[in-house]
Ligand binder design. Sequence first.
Ligand code: NDP
Length: 485
Amino acid sequence: MTVQIQKYKMLIGGEWKDSSNSAVSSILDPSNNEVVAEVPRATKQDAKTAIESARTALDSAGWVDIDPSKRGRLLTKLTGLVRENSEQLARLETLSEGKTLRESKGDVAWAARAFEYWAGLADKVEGETIPVPPKRLNYTLREPLGVTVHIVPWNYPIALAARSLAPAIAAGNTVVMKPSEITPLTSIILGDLALKAGIPKGVVNIVTGSGAEVGGALVSDPQVDGIVFTGSAETGKQVMESAAKNVTRVLLELGGKNPHIVFPDADLARAGKSVRDGIFTNAGQMCWAGSRAFIHENVYDSFVKDLVAKTRAIKVGPGTDETSEMGPLASKSRQDVVLGFVKDGLEEGASLLCGGKRPTDPRLQKGNFVEPTIFENVNGQMKIGCDEIFGPVLSVTKFKTLDEVVTMANETDYGLYGGVWTSNLKVAHELAARLQVGGLAVNEYLVTFPQTPFGGYKDSGIGHENGIRSLEFYTRTKNVSINLS
Ligand code: NDP
């Protein structure tokens, strides 16, 4: 069967454009590595043009003077359009990222909720009056930050695009978004829907191209007022260095090596499913993946036996196949990296309980599939114990006491997220206080809402996405003091 290759353009200043040197990148279906689409491969000059368009739009009458409630209505319109186009968006997400259609539909629904949430907040970006000595009025103005650059990774393309696009628009900013070159399709469609919703030309720009070249040009441009970056800690540090040269504000959401802790008094059936899904959802390509499970010694043997059985039962296959429960990795290079980690784990003496290789099913040989994998006998000094694998690889470790599990859980440079399973409230609250993570789920895992802050401790990032407090990033505060005497 011949696959119809869709050709896309990028959105700059409200116009659909090719790259200035006409170069294109191919988008591959990770389940078979066939080309499914072509997008412009932008140049540094295109990045500059997009920033200039965003700057012009920021200062144009149609945006700078707009009634904030109208920004809210535009976002409401966009919410509706995302929902109306959810089937197409989910299919494109699965086609380029590989995740199952069920997961993609969930991501699109989450994106729509994010637009909806921020639509309601657009006219509630309030300043404050501050009591000062008499005969003065002192107040703050919350102004848009300005031109914001959004570097979106490939693991949750539409959800993470919406997560930063929605508050940026609600607060009156303009946007240059660079989706990952692996998964730009749903960002391009979001740009189209933003135009259809009536968001003025130039407010949302979508530039497709490589991270190193175009991403690098965007984050080092002095015309940019804020950078939202989600990706690896290594690239995040480079982004921060570039931003520092221009004193540009950054919001960084980086990796994780997240602990998922199970006490013997928990609902163990639910905990087992949660530990499995907490790592194998999206083939483990999640910053908040529960990649380190700590299981209390009283239940360790039976829990792990059941977990291994549940993991072996996961049906691996193309995301477009409705019966698949886990799709491929997003790219061939990711597959190589993950299999490299498995090799490291074996060489370092960890014990493989299941998986650890490409599936043998002949129908999956062209894709970037890796079997869901579990190791035990892993410690925090091993590569698989401390590096973010970003694939379907879990390590399970036995613990005896609460103090011991806190030490092991915190023994990582990351501090993004964690999970605790217990029916003892005292234990839950103690862990909430002692775990060095920006988010903790008790008796569930992988829960985030547009209204709840999401961000990391330690090397997992700076600042928060989601929730009203993230407006701190998307706005500037101006203090006004008026002498009334
Ligand atoms: P990167 O951090 O390199 O890429 C993340 C995003 O940054 C992509 O959109 C990429 O674009 C872009 N980018 C790359 N280099 C630059 C640059 N110099 N300036 C600006 N933007 C840039 O991650 P990788 O894709 O290489 O994945 C490596 C590891 O990163 C993963 O194994 C995982 O551990 C972690 N990661 C974490 C994510 C998270 O959710 N926190 C998301 C993705 C990765 P492009 O893809 O076009 O190169």
